[in-house]
Write a protein that binds this ligand. Structure first.
Ligand code: ZN
Length: 310
């Protein structure tokens, strides 16, 4: 491997010069990782940084360059010069550097954000570079990026990556998709992928309601009539249970994941506490209407029945 070429003038001290300008080669410096003296192609970033790389590498890893270099040309090398004419790429250094590292098998700088990853991914698509797309696919659903699940879902569905789309759809369950803040992102989805996502959120809410209304699962609360299990005389008045079900419905509509419902937090809701103290009104009985532990356990069980992904 040839020693990197460094052009003395720091890029921070020079005015922007178009890559096509003859001055460009003199004014800008090569990227230290991509300055192979015998390489036959020079790419130029938006900032004017030069990347001197081998056309063979570009051709074998990127469909775009395979096509481009199959056309009759001099690969940008002047016939009477050893310095290739820079090819403007119109991409920023942070993007170009990463994709070139990927196609050269060099260590990839740490992804700083989903923006960072998204820009490289779309350039890889533009260049028809399968390797970088696969490498990005492998990290797309890492916890670092799933903090923005809707964006991950959009990217995964754009590339028809089904497993990643499913994982991302699960992470969207902590979001209320009705919230206006999500509308700009949702509008980027085609109906092919928007409908299943909305359906997942709605199915969780509706199925949860159905399960909460089941007399088999919640005998005391949903059977009509149901008599006090202690005295067997008083017919239960299930007002507090209905209030708790309504509160849980509102909560799962707001957050389809239902993590507040499935946690210990639920037991302390005012609607839940009203259930735990509800008693038989018959004098001398005072039996509790609902078994707190069994009710909470059954509610958790209902949540566990709900679909998690598209
Ligand atoms: Zn009773």
């Amino acid at each position: 491997m040839a020693a990197p070429i460094h052009i003395a003038v720091p890029k921070t001290e020079v005015a922007p010069v178009p890559c096509s300008s003859p001055a460009a080669q003199m004014s800008f410096e090569y990227h230290p990782q991509f300055a192979f003296a015998d390489a036959d192609v020079v790419l130029c970033s938006t900032e004017g940084t030069l990347y001197r790389v081998y056309s063979y590498t570009l051709k074998t890893t990127c469909g775009l360059f395979r096509t481009m270099f199959s056309l009759p040309q001099k690969l940008g090398v002047e016939a009477d010069s050893k310095t290739p004419e820079p090819i403007p790429i119109y991409e920023h250094d942070n993007v170009l550097e990463k994709i070139l590292c990927m196609i050269h098998g060099l260590p990839i700088p740490k992804w700083k954000s989903l923006d960072d990853l998204e820009q490289v991914l779309f350039l890889a698509e533009k260049w028809d570079a399968q390797g970088p797309q696969d490498a990005i696919r492998a990290v797309l659903t890492s916890p670092q990026f799933l903090t923005e699940p809707l964006r991950v879902y959009i990217l995964a569905t754009h590339f028809d990556w089904e497993d990643e789309a499913k994982l991302a759809s699960q992470s969207t369950l902590s979001l209320s998709l009705h919230d206006e803040t999500h509308q700009p992102l949702l509008s980027r989805l085609s109906s092919k992928y928007l409908v299943p996502l909305l359906n997942l959120h709605r199915r969780r809410r509706d199925l949860f309601k159905e399960l909460l209304d089941s007399p088999e699962r919640f005998t005391a609360g949903n059977s009509n009539p149901y008599h006090c299990s202690r005295c067997g005389v008083t017919q239960l008045e299930n007002h507090s249970w209905r209030e708790l079900k309504a509160a849980m419905f509102i909560e799962i509509d707001r957050c389809p994941l239902g993590d507040r419902i499935g946690s210990l937090d639920l037991a302390s809701w005012p609607e839940a506490q009203a259930c735990w103290v509800a008693r038989c009104r018959k004098e001398g009985c005072g039996g509790l209407n609902y078994d707190k532990a069994a009710t909470l356990r059954q509610i958790k069980n209902c949540l566990d029945q709900l679909p998690m992904t598209i």
